[in-house]
Ligand binder design. Structure first.
Ligand code: FAD
Length: 406
């Protein structure tokens, strides 16, 4: 940004997937919004930047459809038709077939690169000036009537509401003095893409191995995305293996049910931990996405709950502005906090508990959880309820998720 001054209603700090989606939702509703992001989108969509995919739940797809970004990523979206959960090599497993829940798929696997590209293009189509690249916000002054953001290059943005969408290490959250509950899992997420000889048939697999979950997520074509949780003390040795050694270790966990495997593209690694902000709001500030909460990828829900934040905050902001009221005022911010924090706290507790229950090889726990998986598998109503939760279709749903106009 050339060092100058911009004015808007809402300034979104961080153009990751959560920030871009909020930008699209607000711009589409006629709100003057600016999304401030240090890294150009062209760098964020480079194959070397982020090798992850996201399991987009049905509720998140509704949000992406509502903001008009879904059509541009649909060609890269692999429908999930079947989910199989197993405990190590135990024959007991939990099996979900999409036909038990209706006609549609249970969700879609989409490459993060494709999501970012579609969102950035949509935002540019809604308002060519909304995404401001090359801006790192260094400080914020949040006053009684407006907030002013100061970029590292000296530029300023004045707004009524600041949204912190700047990720797990959020500078905006820290600047506001919002404390967090957080811990590391002593686990690393190893992520890569594989090509295989046979079709996956839209089936996603999650295997609970002693070091943590090993997920095989179907991508378009004969490809799958691997999210392999490994202990912190073992992961560096696996990451240091040469191509053949890595492929061999991967094959031991993957098995041969899809025929010959080949790793394509780089291997990425992510330290895993939990983080929850003690509050999601402060004067003229709201936190969304990973800036508010970061969770274990065991259930593929991190961005999904972030997009629920987006849908709720967009609704609160638009409703408030339609009444001629202040989108950065206490009434609006309290409504957002009460709507989202308890829901996210539940998801954080569930994913934390699942990881603790499954990431070990203790015989009594194994017996207990295998019996639990088998019981859930037999109890059709309970199984359906779990799945509707994972699809993001339970609870106090924002209008965008219910398929209504914002
Ligand atoms: C291995 C792994 C697998 C996962 N799989 C899934 C899955 O299947 N499904 C799912 O829902 N979730 C999944 N997640 C979680 C998901 O990736 C995150 O929840 C999501 O990326 C968070 O998006 P965000 O936009 O909130 O934050 P980020 O992606 O962290 O974006 C933050 C943005 O803010 C910018 N920024 C930072 N500081 C500043 C500043 N000072 N000024 C301006 N901008 C700034 C950054 O450049 C960045 O673009 C997974 C996570 C991991 C680690």
């Amino acid at each position: 940004m050339a060092a100058g001054r911009m004015d808007c209603d809402v300034a979104v700090v961080g153009g990751g997937m959560a920030g871009l989606t909020l930008g699209c939702a607000l711009a589409g509703a006629g709100v003057r919004v600016r999304v401030l992001e240090p890294q150009p989108v062209s760098a964020q969509t480079d194959p070397g930047f982020d090798g992850r995919t996201t399991a987009i739940a049905a509720g998140s797809r509704a949000v992406l459809e509502a903001v008009g970004a879904w059509p541009a990523m649909a060609a890269d979206a692999q429908p999930i038709l079947d989910i199989r959960v197993s405990d190590g090599h135990s024959p007991l497993f939990l099996h979900y077939d999409h036909r038990a829940l209706g006609d549609g798929p249970m969700g879609h696997i989409v490459e993060n690169r494709a999501i970012r590209r579609a969102l950035a293009d949509r935002l540019a189509a809604l308002d060519p000036g909304a995404l401001v690249e090359g801006v790192r916000i260094a400080a914020a002054e949040r006053g009684a009537r407006r907030a002013v953001l100061h970029a590292a290059d000296g530029g300023q943005t004045s707004c009524r509401l600041v949204v912190a969408a700047d990720g797990r290490r959020s500078a905006m959250r820290q600047e506001a003095g919002i404390r967090t509950a957080e811990w590391r899992y002593r686990q690393t997420g190893i992520v890569c893409t594989v090509e295989h000889a046979r079709d996956h048939g839209g089936a996603a697999q999650e295997r609970f191995l002693p070091a943590g979950p090993f997920a095989i997520l179907p991508m378009t074509g004969r490809r799958s995305s691997i999210v392999w949780t490994e202990r912190d003390d073992i992961a560096p040795a696996i990451l240091a293996l040469d191509e053949a050694g890595f492929a061999e270790e991967l094959g031991l966990r993957f098995g041969d049910y899809l025929g010959d495997l080949r790793v394509v593209g780089p291997v990425f690694s992510y330290p895993l931990g939990l983080l929850h902000a003690e509050t999601y709001v402060a004067a003229r500030l709201a936190l969304i996405g990973d800036a508010a909460h970061a969770i274990h990828p065991i259930a593929g829900q991190g961005l999904n709950i972030g997009l629920r934040d987006v849908a709720a905050l967009a609704e609160v902001t638009v409703d408030t502005m339609r009444l001629g009221l202040d989108p950065g005022g206490a009434v609006a911010l309290d409504r957002y906090e009460r709507w989202r924090r308890p829901d996210n706290a539940t998801m954080l507790a569930v994913t934390d508990g699942l990881n603790r229950l499954f990431s070990n090889d203790l015989a009594p726990l194994r017996t207990l959880r295998d019996a639990g998986l088998a019981a859930v598998n037999r109890a059709a109503p309970l199984k359906r309820l779990f799945m509707r939760h994972a699809m993001g279709l339970v609870g106090d749903l924002p209008r965008m998720i219910r398929g209504e106009a914002l």
